[in-house]
Design a protein around this ligand. Structure first.
Ligand SMILES: [Fe+2]
Length: 183
C-alpha cells in the first residue's frame, strides 16, 4: 500500500505528464487554427497557462524531493485523435480534456490538504491551477454556442472555408454545388 505522500507524488507526476501532453497538443492546435481568431487567441492563452501549470507542478515535485529529470520524456506525443483536432472544429475534445484536468486538480487539492501528506503550498498552487481550469471550461461553455452558429453559417456559404484541413473525399459520392436541391 502506498503512503499518502507517495500517492501525492504519483498524482503530481501524472498531472505534470498531463500538462506536457496538453502543451504538445495546444502547440499543434495554435499553429493550425485559421478561421476562428478568438479561438486562436484563447488557445494561445491556454497554452501559456498550461506551460505555467507544468512548471508549477514540476516545482512542487522538486520541493517534495522528487526527481523530475525524466518527466518531459514521459509525455506521450499527441495521438492521431488529438492531431485531428487541428483539422476539425474545436469543441468536444477540449471540453473532455478540461474536465479531466479539473478532476485531476480536485484530487491533488484534496490529497495535498490530507493530514498525512499535508502540504499547504502544493495545496495552494493546485487550487490556483484548478480555478484556471474551471475558467477554461466556463469560456468553452460560453463560446461554443456562438462558434457553432458561425461554423454552420460558413458551411451554408458557398466557397467559405469551414475546415482547416480537407477531409478525405468519399468514393462514389458525387456532390456538386446545388446537387441536393431539385427545382
Ligand atoms: Fe491544464
Amino acid at each position: 500500500m502506498a503512503t499518502a505522500n507517495e500517492r501525492l507524488m504519483q498524482w503530481l507526476r501524472d498531472a505534470q505528464a498531463m500538462e506536457s501532453h496538453a502543451e504538445a497538443m495546444l502547440e499543434t492546435l495554435a499553429r493550425h487554427i485559421e478561421n476562428y481568431p478568438e479561438v486562436k487567441a484563447q488557445t494561445q492563452r491556454v497554452l501559456r497557462e498550461t506551460r505555467e501549470a507544468a512548471g508549477i507542478v514540476q516545482d512542487a515535485i522538486e520541493r517534495r524531493g522528487g526527481d523530475t529529470s525524466t518527466l518531459k520524456d514521459s509525455a506521450a506525443p499527441p495521438g492521431p485523435g488529438e492531431q485531428s483536432l487541428s483539422g476539425s472544429f474545436v469543441g468536444d475534445e477540449a471540453v473532455k480534456r478540461a474536465m479531466t484536468e479539473i478532476s485531476s486538480y480536485n484530487i491533488l487539492v484534496a490529497a495535498a490538504a490530507d493530514a498525512a501528506a499535508g502540504d499547504s503550498e502544493t495545496h495552494a498552487v493546485c487550487e490556483d491551477i484548478l480555478r484556471q481550469e474551471e475558467a477554461m471550461v466556463e469560456w468553452l461553455k460560453n463560446y461554443l454556442a456562438s462558434t457553432t452558429v458561425e461554423y454552420l453559417g460558413r458551411e451554408e456559404t458557398p466557397g467559405a472555408a469551414v475546415q482547416h484541413r480537407r477531409l478525405p473525399s468519399r468514393k462514389n459520392s458525387r456532390i456538386s454545388p446545388g446537387s441536393g436541391r431539385s427545382s
